[in-house]
Design a protein around this ligand. Structure first.
Ligand code: TXA
Ligand code: MG
Length: 318
């Protein structure tokens, strides 16, 4: 057990974070979606430490974070569809799965030895500043123990990983609140995970519908495992009202009696930003063996990503 250094997002803090990363250590940092658990994507040792700190199955590959599209093109082959999506949504909450270039220099552990790699250029100013200061690609899964609720605040990271990682850059609350949308482009365009960029916006740029990628039995994305994002309490979905022993998370003006609300006005962007924090709050209020009920959320825009995470939070645990 070691003490995790909490760093401020200023020059001194970012220099210290870069120093730790150069030593092959892990540093959590804010992105616009959730906090990432960063390690040098070229270092077998750093990447092995990421899997170990999270308790993550090694068949689940990691996303590589880069400062710009030029750095991304050096690692993977971009076709016309990839160029258009990158131009439209980077920097931002979109991850592209593309054919890996031979000689990319990435650790084979990052891709779990697949012939493809997941790349993303984050928009958060602290993530961008860290990538510039460090000057290398950062592998970064969400900074939580595997299978648990993702972190959208620095204190969430410490709840799950304190003492297991060298550093944490505190950049406050994440604005988007759900992970990036993952699109597979090593064949017909596939939605591998709904996320911070609505599917409708991606399809508008591609000019064609996304195929439904992924399976829960043979996951190419761990977010595709049936039980994921799991709080301690059991979760009931589509709850228009709560039972006596349930903590009720509401959405919209009809849920005035709720204990907590994702958005009182029914705003899906606000609901996504609040989602993981409120799941943690509800879990705390419900207590050990408790129950959480969650109001119905429309399946449009960011509602798709929210419902995806909620279905996994409610799924039977292995
Ligand atoms: O918003 C996000 O994407 C956050 C922040 C930190 O950037 N990161 C994140 O990472 O959600 P993680 O590890 O929790 O999810 C990465 C997803 C996994 O579902 C993984 O299986 C998928 O990306 N993935 C990575 N490489 C892949 C590949 N070559 N093919 C298919 N899926 C891949
Ligand atoms: Mg995750």
């Amino acid at each position: 057990m070691r003490i995790t250094e909490t760093l401020s997002p200023d020059t001194a803090g970012l220099n210290r974070a870069a120093e730790l990363l150069r030593d092959g250590e892990l540093v959590a940092f804010p992105t616009e979606t959730v906090y990432g658990l960063g390690g040098d994507a070229r270092s077998d040792r750093a990447v092995a430490r990421i899997y170990e700190a999270k308790g993550r199955p090694r068949f689940n590959p990691l996303i590589v974070h880069l400062p710009d599209v030029a750095a991304a093109r050096a690692l993977a082959r971009f076709d016309d569809r990839a160029e258009r999506l990158a131009a439209a949504f980077w920097p931002g909450p979109l991850t592209l799965v593309l054919p890996l270039r031979p000689g990319s220099g990435l650790s084979p552990f990052v891709t779990a030895e697949l012939p493809t790699v997941a790349l993303r250029v984050p928009a958060h100013p602290v993530a961008r500043a860290l990538l510039r200061t460090y000057g290398g690609p950062l592998a970064a899964p969400s900074a939580n123990p595997s299978g648990r609720v993702s972190p959208t605040r620095a204190e969430h990271v410490l709840d799950g990983l304190s003492g297991r990682i060298a550093g944490l850059v505190d950049g406050g609350a994440c604005a988007v609140g759900v992970e990036s949308t993952i699109v597979g482009l090593d064949g017909p365009a596939q939605l591998l995970r709904p996320g911070g960029v609505p599917v409708e916006a991606i399809e508008a740029v591609l000019g064609e519908p996304l195929g439904a990628g992924g399976s829960t039995t043979k996951p190419t994305a761990p977010g595709q495992l049936a039980s994921h994002y799991a709080p301690g309490a059991t979760v009931r979905l589509g709850a228009a009202a709560a039972l006596a022993d349930e903590v009720w998370i509401g959405f919209g003006p009809e849920c005035g009696g709720a204990d907590l609300t994702l958005s009182a006005t029914g705003d899906l962007v606000e609901a996504a930003a609040n989602l993981f924090h409120l799941l943690r709050e509800a879990d705390r209020l419900a207590g050990p063996g408790g129950r959480i009920a969650i109001a119905p959320i429309p399946e449009t825009g960011l509602g798709r990503a929210i419902n995806d995470r909620l279905r996994r939070a409610a799924a039977p645990r292995p």
